[in-house]
Write a protein that binds this ligand. Structure first.
Ligand SMILES: [Zn+2]
Length: 574
């Protein structure tokens, strides 16, 4: 691997406290090294004078692989036939799709924007072999997947029994067996309720056939994540997603952190795509933003983090979620295409195409909520900009979303076109907050790296970090991104140069080389004394619930293209 010397870049590297200083960066063997470690006369020299240099971007929540993503592709041929980009072998494969791109476009488009690590946030255990097959085929970026455990019958049994240590052991077994990274709760307890009764439930409602509530699931899973010391503790899509009035459920969910004993420093809960659960009002016609209340609750709960699920107005989307009850409701609002599925004893899912319209009252309120939460909280370390791709908009539009965060002018321009009745009910028009490029580097690099527990070697440009680097053709000394936001969007849509693992993969917004990244997974240890008890439990429950044996779940390391195991010492007692 060649040596690279990036000279005179304007560097934004928050984990190392570097805010726009002009610096040189040396790369050797896929890592960032001290300048003395490379030979400047033979290294490839890149003149980054007048350009922004940041670590590779990290997306903590984007639906990029697995069964429901693939069904989304199948049900939307219209998403593909006008968006083809023929292959250019041996440099890159053919690309297609906007809201649900093919595997190649996912990797290439993320790389074009300077993103180098993306997390698939929802894979049912039984379907995870498929998820890995697709993750393996996505070029360039590193990946990880979160495992769906919100309506898993075995987990619900253990919570009902009050078997905390056995629950943690079962989750440890599931994570290492499926080669996944952390735990995901989607509308806890609702999928099983929907299967049995045809409706979802709120946080304190009783789950049919179990003597527990969603609140119990969140608390006990949160505690299990502490026992396992997962690098990213618990990722949660709150109950009642998509329903007016649900901001109260989100606030109650955030407050559950007070009932979860904290055994490590990392945040206890990460509430995902909070926009979809930030609705005030009794019905769609009285819908209002719950942004102010959520921002206030976040400030009072230091152990909670969020990502936005920011709506991109004027774009089509394909909504897809394990929240089957909500997709059922959404289909009855849109009446076009719809898929719902039940996943044995683990989960469910639904897919419904949708379009966010600028003139729509409801869609404008949705657009307002994400931005209000980010701007009112004003804490780039705890609020991560995402679109919950493809639910609130395609990830390709991230630079447009960033422009609303860094430029009041960009927001005002769009506000001229949106539903004015909705805007009159919002505080957004009065907000003057504008994030800086340094804040943006926190929100898209440093903070997600820390929230994933990968901050040692991801999300920064210090010595020893992985050489994942994005360079943008934007000179902040000459261009004020707040005033000239179009120039900012253009440069962040197509990075000037991207280095992944020490290799140049993008030049002037185009792919120049295809490499394959790593897949991170957690392997929490299970105490020997509990292994026997777990084996007996699994044998009994698989026989009782599943149509397959537990051996079908086991994904071996050699099945993944570039697996990286994160071994975890746990606090489970035998
Ligand atoms: Zn999602």
């Amino acid at each position: 691997m060649s040596e690279i010397l990036i000279k005179n870049g304007i560097v934004f590297d928050p984990l190392n406290g570097i805010n726009g200083e002009t610096l040189d960066i040396a790369v050797k063997n896929g890592k960032i090294v001290d300048l003395s470690q490379i030979n400047p006369s033979t290294a490839l020299v890149i003149d980054a004078k007048g350009k922004v240099v940041m670590p590779g971007g990290i997306d903590i929540h984007s639906h990029i692989a697995g069964a429901k993503v693939n069904i989304g592709r199948l049900m939307r041929p219209e998403d593909h036939y006008l968006t083809n980009k023929p292959h250019k072998l041996p440099i890159r494969r053919a690309e297609t799709g906007l809201t649900v791109p093919n595997v190649f476009r996912i990797g290439y488009d993320y790389a074009r924007m300077g993103y180098t690590l993306v997390v698939e946030p929802a894979t049912p255990p039984i379907k995870t072999r498929h998820t890995h097959e697709e993750l393996d085929d996505i070029p360039i970026i590193d990946k990880a997947a979160f495992l769906l455990v919100d309506s898993n019958w075995l987990a619900l049994d253990l919570i009902t029994m009050g078997s905390r240590e056995l629950l943690a052991s079962y989750l440890a077994w599931l994570l290492s067996t499926t080669k996944t990274y952390s735990l995901k709760l989607v509308d806890p307890g609702s999928d099983i309720t929907w299967v049995l009764t045809g409706r979802g439930i709120d946080i304190d409602d009783q789950i049919p056939a179990y003597n527990i509530t969603p609140r119990d699931i969140i608390r006990e899973m949160g505690y299990a994540a502490q026992l396992l010391d997962l690098p990213h503790k618990l990722h949660i899509h709150c109950n009642r997603l998509g329903y007016p009035g649900n901001y109260l459920t989100t606030i109650k969910t955030m407050d559950i952190t007070k009932d979860i004993p904290r055994l490590s420093d990392t945040p206890v809960l990460h509430v995902t795509h909070v926009q979809f659960t930030g609705y005030k009002g009794d019905c769609w016609s009285t819908l209002e933003s719950g942004g102010e209340d959520i921002a206030k609750t976040l400030r009072a709960n230091p152990h909670v983090t969020l990502d936005l699920g920011q709506v991109i107005l004027g774009r089509p989307s394909t909504t897809m979620t394990a929240d089957a009850p909500f997709e059922y409701v959404l289909y009855h609002l849109t009446r076009w295409k719809w898929v719902n599925a039940d996943t044995e004893v683990e989960s469910a899912a639904g897919i419904v195409p949708y379009a966010y319209k600028k003139r729509s009252y409801v869609n404008t309120i949705q657009w307002v909520i994400g931005l209000e939460i980010a701007l009112l909280t004003s804490d780039p370390w705890r609020v991560i900009p995402t679109t919950d791709h493809p639910n609130a908009g395609p990830f390709k539009d991230y630079p447009v979303m960033f422009s609303w965060l860094i430029s009041r002018r960009a927001r005002e321009e769009l506000m001229k076109e949106v539903n004015q009745r909705a805007l009159r009910k919002a505080v957004l028009p009065a907000l003057e907050t504008e994030f800086t490029l340094y804040d943006l580097a926190i929100m898209t690099r440093a903070a997600p790296a820390k929230l994933l527990g990968l901050g040692k070697f991801k999300g920064h440009l210090g010595i020893g970090a992985d050489a994942d680097i994005a360079i943008y053709d934007l000179n902040p000394k000459e261009v004020d991104p707040s005033r000239e936001y179009e120039k900012f969007v253009k440069s962040f849509k197509r990075a000037w140069l991207v280095i992944k693992g020490g290799e140049i993969v993008v030049k002037e917004g185009e792919i120049v080389k295809t490499v394959y990244g790593k897949t991170y997974y957690a392997e929490p240890e299970i105490p020997v004394e509990l292994k026997k008890e777990l084996e007996a439990f699994l044998a009994k429950k698989f026989k009782e619930y599943y149509s397959i044996t537990k051996d079908s779940f086991i994904i071996r390391e050699h099945e993944l293209r570039n697996p990286v195991k994160i071994p975890l010492e746990t606090r489970i007692k035998g």
